[in-house]
Design a protein around this ligand. Sequence first.
Ligand SMILES: Cc1cc2nc3c(=O)[nH]c(=O)nc-3n(C[C@H](O)[C@H](O)[C@H](O)COP(=O)(O)O)c2cc1C
Length: 218
Amino acid sequence: MSGRPASGKRRVVVGISGASGSAYGIRLLEMLRATPNVETHLVVSRSARQTLQLETSRTVSDVEALADVVHSSVDIGASISSGSFRVHAMVVAPCSIKTMSNLAWGNTGELIARAADVALKERRRVVLMLRETPLHVGHIESMLRVSQAGAIVFPPVPAFYNRPQSVADIVDHSVMRCLDLIDIECEAAPRWGEASRSLLAAATNAPKRAPSGMSTHE
Ligand SMILES: Cc1cc2nc3c(=O)[nH]c(=O)nc-3n(C[C@H](O)[C@H](O)[C@H](O)COP(=O)(O)O)c2cc1C
């Protein structure tokens, strides 16, 4: 089934919920903006407006300006709330426990959960960048339920083989892996392969040294 409208563009719905890590959603929008033939639809939850303000120097308007179309999180009549509106995929980045649980248990009164529920019923790809730790059994049950319905639970767990030098490196790597899951090409960060193998070889041959701030007990 094609998620492409007549324009030939791939529509990607981005939900930013109130979990910590609004930088993931921002970077995702930036990378999608740099990708040809992609049309982004953005929904920022009410709580995410707060976390955005707390965690970044961007205003909600700055973030909304990165998207092609912006929907209010309470507009359950928005285009993306209907299965007849074709979309390629949806990503919730970051995804709160609340939004994931709403999706798991059919509480679709807010637009992020409604749009994700619709995408799942239409058998479209849905990626949840779930951000919480530790997890209790209720969280894990919700993770199981959304996975059984076809969503991909993708906690943004950092990679270290690529030797991240900054928070931005860590964010880029997770967002690139997330884009892999929705079949959108992006080479924003080093991948495991020849380049990283030579890094690994260099690390293996180098004299042992502790990560900054830690002592070695050799
Ligand atoms: C600074 C801050 C950080 C938060 N971090 C998380 C988090 O990492 N994961 C989570 O599930 N909720 C987190 N929350 C709580 C959510 O914002 C809260 O559950 C909210 O109701 C989620 O609503 P939403 O899913 O509609 O955005 C955080 C709240 C604040 C203020």
